[in-house]
Design a protein around this ligand. Structure first.
Ligand code: SAM
Length: 234
């Protein structure tokens, strides 16, 4: 059974879905990851390897958690958050008193920025939601300066037999239930595991990044192999 929309309908589907879950998005992230998501975002921010005062583009910033984490690591960072869904960004705006950065509406497949405009670009839990993963990486590569990094955080299904089975039970059965109860949007939390199941495995994703023109592409797994962080250099 798949509930994934056809490619032509995906952008509108994704935007509607995130608009609906925006008010409960952060809370559900904390609950479903037992609060570990913050450390993955911190790792992403570190892997961006920004210089002091560096320019960071957080693509599909959502409620801004990666950009906020980058600002916590180094308050001189000049971050910009871009997302398709205004409601997600509104939920993130001003949520951490002293920290702020500009949010802008836009599409990861047509970034409204000049070539080489940033020191690094990153995305968290976005790539599963775009219709063309290679094009999304190519766009991030375009707006990053030569030598700058592109970093990607995504969920992946673990391969260990017993844990893999347990995780699938949690992810395909419990997550839609809990997500549905708390957000009132069970369909969105059913889409989540199905979108991960149809997403390239980490080694394949690294190949896609290389084909998009990034070099020295590497990745590391976290949370018992359920999270993958990839990075490459322009
Ligand atoms: C799961 S949320 C992740 C938000 C944030 N990066 C985080 O780490 O929590 C996915 C986000 O991707 C955004 N998104 C999906 N497709 C997009 C696209 N083509 N361009 C820009 N944003 C997109 C959605 O609107 C949503 O806010």
């Amino acid at each position: 059974m798949t509930i994934l929309p056809p490619a032509a309908e995906k952008p509108a589907y994704v935007r509607r879905m995130f608009a609906a879950i925006a008010p409960r998005y952060d809370l559900l992230n904390r609950l479903m990851t037992l609060g570990r998501d913050r450390s993955w975002r911190r790792t992403v921010a570190r892997l961006c390897a920004l210089p002091a005062g560096g320019r960071l583009l957080d693509v599909a910033t959502g409620t801004g958690d990666i950009a906020y984490e980058a600002l916590r690591l180094d308050p001189t960072t000049r971050a910009v958050g871009l997302d398709l869904t205004r409601e997600m960004m509104l939920a993130g705006l001003g949520k951490h008193g002293g920290l702020s950065f500009p949010f802008t509406e836009g599409d990861a497949l047509r970034l409204p920025f000049d070539d080489n405009a940033f020191d690094a670009a990153c995305s968290g839990f976005m790539m599963r939601n775009v219709v063309d993963v290679a094009a999304a990486f190519a766009e991030q590569r375009r707006v990053v300066r030569p030598g700058g990094r592109v970093v990607c955080l995504e969920i992946t299904l673990p391969v260990a037999p017993l844990f893999g089975w347990l995780f699938r039970l949690y992810f395909f059965r419990l997550v839609p239930l809990i997500g549905g109860l708390i957000s009132g949007q069970r369909r969105a939390y059913t889409y989540l595991p199905h979108s991960v199941a149809h997403f390239p495995r980490p080694a394949e994703l690294a190949r896609i990044m290389t084909a998009a023109g990034l070099h020295d592409v590497r990745y590391r797994l976290a949370m018992l192999g359920t999270v993958a962080i990839h990075w490459g250099i322009k």
